[in-house]
Structure formats: C-alpha cells, structure tokens
Design a protein around this ligand. Structure first.
Ligand code: AMP
Length: 216
C-alpha cells in the first residue's frame, strides 16, 4: 500500500503521516527529514540541498526523485510506504508513478490535509521540533511538559531555520505554485481524500482513519 500525504507547510502532514505509518505498519518516508538528516551528517546530498532549503525553494527534482526512489526500493519500503512531502510537483508525481508501475505497483490514496492560511502561519511561527524523533510542539498551544525537551524521547527541541517569516512566506508561495496543482491531478484519477486539518491531532487522526476505511 502506498499513501501520499499532501498539504501546505504546517498542515500537520508529518505528524499525521507518522501516525498512519505506525498504524498501518508501513515505512514513513519524509523527503524533508531525509534532507535535514543529510545536512546534519554533512553528506554530498546535504551540501547540495542546503541552499535550496534555506531559501524555502524546492531542491531540484532529479536529486529528490533519486533520493526518495532509493528509499522506496529498499527492503523495508517494498511492502508499501507513507510518503510525506513527496511528490511536490508534477514532475515528481510522474516519476513516482512510473517507478511504481515498473514494479507492478501504484499509489492507493492521496490524503490532502487542508488548513487555512491564517492557521498555517500561526502554527509555523511557534513551531519547535524534536531533533531526535521529529515530534512537533507549539508555543504556546501545545508546549512540551519540560521546556526544551521532547515528551516522547527526551530529545532536544529546536526551531527549523526555514521557519523564519521570510522563508515561510516563500515556502507557502512555492506550495501554491508547484504543489497545489497535485490536488487536481490526484482528484482527476479518483485517488484524493480531502481532510479538514484544523482541530486537535487526535481529531484529524480520526478523520483520516475513517476516510481510509478504518484501521487495518
Ligand atoms: P519539509 O520538511 O517537507 O517542509 O521540507 C523542507 C525543505 O526540503 C523544503 O522547503 C525543500 O527545500 C526541501 N524538500 C523537501 N521535500 C522536497 C521535494 N519533494 N522536492 C523538492 N524539495 C523538497
């Protein structure tokens, strides 16, 4: 089973995709997390991606496609995956479709998490993320129990360097211009499931689970 999570930066894709991957026992492949890991490790991929990420624009598609397809074809991705942050434009969507078709596979569902622009800006401006397990927190709406430490794993919390006002504005622009057309693209082939992304994490989780036909 292959499920894509689609939505603007701050829509809650990462949290919900991780929850759903756990429930469905699928691997969670988050392209942004893979780039951040590469950056922290100082690999060639990380060095290539750095300047694009800092500016809030997309890393060139071929670099991204190669990175994600490598994870999809790895043994733990073979049984299916939850894709988060990929595809981000038509070129990536077509490359993914082709690569899966070559293995006799296809995308099953695309979960589009819809959140208003005001809510996105509010969420991104107070966002703190665990460096170890990527769990997001929000000051002041959903702070950790101990300031600076993750409730789940004790990891250190940090603010993403691309969550600055300027970078957020750019990321939202890029989303509207390049990624939002995928909503129509997947809608036309009957794979799109639209979810109201406002409300608590548990509420959104329930909506997604119901829309995907309950827990398997
Ligand atoms: P994210 O964590 O998904 O918000 O991604 C952070 C940054 O990584 C983005 O602003 C892009 O620079 C880059 N990135 C993540 N996924 C992709 C993708 N599918 N295509 C191109 N760039 C990406």
């Amino acid at each position: 089973m292959y499920i894509i999570f689609l939505g603007a930066p701050g829509a809650g894709k990462g949290t919900q995709a991780a929850n759903m991957a756990r429930k469905l026992n699928l691997v969670h492949i988050a392209s942004g997390d893979l780039f951040r890991q590469a950056l922290e490790q100082g690999t060639e991929l990380g060095i290539k991606a750095k300047s694009y990420m800092e500016r809030g624009v997309l890393v060139p598609s071929q670099i991204t496609i190669d990175m994600v397809l490598e994870h999809i074809s790895a043994p733990d991705g073979e049984g299916g995956a939850v894709l988060d942050g990929f595809p981000r434009n038509l070129e990536q969507a077509e490359a993914l479709e082709k690569a899966l078709a070559q293995q006799g596979k296809a995308i099953d569902k695309v979960v589009y998490i819809k959140v208003s622009k005001e809510e996105l800006l509010k969420r991104l401006s107070g966002r703190w993320i665990c460096r170890q397990c990527q769990t997001p927190y929000h000051a002041p709406d959903s702070p950790p129990r101990v300031w600076g430490k993750c409730d789940k794993c004790g990891g250190e919390l940090y603010q993403r360097p691309d969550d600055t006002e300027e970078s957020v504005r750019k990321r939202l622009e890029v989303y509207s211009a390049e990624t939002a057309p995928l909503i129509d693209y997947y809608g036309r082939v009957g794979k799109l499931v639209e979810i109201d992304g406002e409300g608590s994490e548990a509420e959104v989780d329930r909506r997604i689970t119901a829309a995907l036909g309950g827990e398997r």
